[in-house]
Design a protein around this ligand. Structure first.
Ligand code: HEC
Length: 215
């Protein structure tokens, strides 16, 4: 089945929900008021109406991501404050996958991914690679990271991604120059670490969530 992809630089939530993949193949809307938001949608569905509530799924996906982001951030900041950066690496090692697992309920699968992953378990699949590359391009063209997201309906599965920017606080562990002792702590846990060399101009990765749809 041919994948139809369309990019749009508008707030699509309401406007797209009534459109089928057949009605829209490629659409680009740019209006002054909406320049700051970008959303990539793809669908491999040939039918007219989607057999599920897109708005509801999108809302749930965004809630999962919000919970993941805030729980992880508190854990990270708490760990840095209590035991420093090297300690935070250990906390991140055990806590980040655990938070993702705890949120993977009701058919949802919650994770993070990146084109340069630290944890091999977070390697992107082909759709995620494509979306991460698109996020990179759009971020570099001036669109805010928080406005960069993508969704896919394919083979009875809903998928949603949200870009994660590189903030100042991230650079200690993901930046260009990393303290030697910290680097050692990272390499001990992640001998194949690829997640360094990022700058504030980069998208660090994305939250990626999916849900299998029964019919
Ligand atoms: C204390 C060091 C530390 C800091 C600070 C830090 N990270 Fe990480 N980051 C890690 C570790 C360790 C992992 C691997 C976690 C795992 O095993 O899932 C990781 C993994 C990630 C991943 C998952 C993809 C991958 O590479 O495996 C993303 C996305 C990420 N970090 C983004 C950020 C962002 C954004 C910030 C700043 C807000 C940040 N990190 C700050 C240590 C850190």
């Amino acid at each position: 089945m041919k994948l139809k992809l369309w990019l749009t630089l508008s707030l699509l939530c309401a406007s797209m929900s009534g459109l089928s993949a057949e009605q829209v193949s490629v659409a680009e809307h740019v209006s002054n008021a909406e320049l700051n938001s970008s959303n990539i949608k793809s669908s491999a569905q040939a039918g007219s109406d989607t057999p599920f509530d897109q708005m509801q799924l999108r809302k749930e996906a965004q809630q999962k991501i919000q919970q993941f982001a805030s729980t992880l951030k508190s854990a990270l900041v708490g760990a840095i404050q209590s035991g420093g950066l090297a300690h935070a690496v250990d906390v991140c090692h055990s806590t980040a996958p655990q938070i993702a697992e705890d949120l993977s309920t009701e058919g949802w699968h919650v994770a993070r991914t990146s084109l340069k992953a630290r944890n091999e378990q977070n390697q992107p699949d082909s759709w995620e690679v494509e979306m991460l590359q698109t996020f990179d391009q759009q971020f570099k063209s001036g669109i805010e990271a928080k406005a960069l997201n993508a969704e896919l309906y394919k083979q009875a599965k809903f998928r949603y991604m949200q870009a994660i920017p590189t903030d100042q606080v991230c650079l200690a562990c993901h930046g260009v120059s990393i303290d030697a002792a910290l680097s050692e702590a990272i390499n001990k846990q992640y001998p194949k670490d690829r997640a360094t060399g990022f700058t504030l101009e980069d998208i660090r990765g994305a939250f990626t969530v999916s849900k299998a749809l029964n019919d």
